[in-house]
Design a protein. Structure first.
Lengths: 83, 153
């Protein structure tokens, strides 16, 4: 699973992209984020407030409870600031 | 048409290209977003725009399609820059063209309102006190929400 980070999420984690193989209990974006928080302080810090996070699955805006599977591209980022 | 690029754009050239040979266009509306040199009471020396390659193009194409569905438009152009920009630099261009003014004026405002909250860009300001990510503004969500149709909810 390809996981991407943008904005301050990327700054706090320290990388913009990683290839991950989450355990079987990770079935949606929220459980992916919970699993990532256990990987270190930088993740815990970036994902501290889930209401400040937005996600996309396969480049489409998705809710936190969106189902994900191996092979998906998941992105976690702050609210977008285009224009 | 949508474009995501680091290079600057020439508004006059873009409008000339859009109107060349299309005499059904009776009017067009444009919006240009620029980099300010302040945030609150702090000076900004530059701004770096990051985006999500792939998703950005998809989202902008969706916004164009939505505008064309809602209004009778002859043409639509969205150009959004990324990379490091300086105060005064152009960031974004929206041009809409229609037979009559209402469609182009309204759709231009719609597009820039939705770009603010639906285009995957993030802005890092280089301030006197250090680098700072631009927070999304509640006013932008309010402006975007006013275009939500009851049938979409």
């Amino acid at each position: 699973m390809q996981v991407l980070y943008f904005g301050w999420v990327k700054s706090r984690i320290g990388i913009g992209k990683e290839e991950l193989s989450p355990p079987p209990e990770v079935t949606n974006v929220a459980s992916l984020i919970d699993w990532l928080k256990g990987r270190g302080d930088s993740y815990a810090n970036a994902f501290e407030d889930s209401t400040a996070l937005r996600v996309a699955v396969n480049q489409e805006i998705a809710p936190l409870d969106a189902a994900i599977a191996d092979g998906d591209e998941v992105a976690v980022f702050p609210p977008m600031t285009g224009g | 048409m949508i474009r995501v690029q680091t290079e600057d754009f020439d508004i006059g050239a873009e409008i000339s290209r859009m109107t060349a040979g299309n005499t059904e266009i009776g009017g067009l509306a444009s919006f240009v977003g620029l980099v300010r040199d302040y945030a609150g009471d702090e000076k900004i020396s530059s701004m770096t725009l990051e985006h999500y390659p792939g998703m950005t193009e998809k989202q902008l194409a969706k916004l164009e399609a939505e505008a064309r569905e809602r209004w009778e438009l002859q043409d639509v152009l969205i150009v959004h820059r990324y990379g490091t920009l300086n105060p005064g630099d152009r960031i974004v261009l929206v041009v809409t063209a229609s037979a009559h003014r209402e469609a182009s004026l309204e759709s231009c405002q719609f597009l820039i309102d939705w770009l603010k909250t639906k285009a995957p860009f993030w802005k890092l300001e280089d301030r006197e006190s250090g680098a700072q990510w631009v927070e999304s503004r509640n006013e932008d969500s309010v402006s975007a929400d006013k275009w939500v149709r009851v049938t979409d909810a």
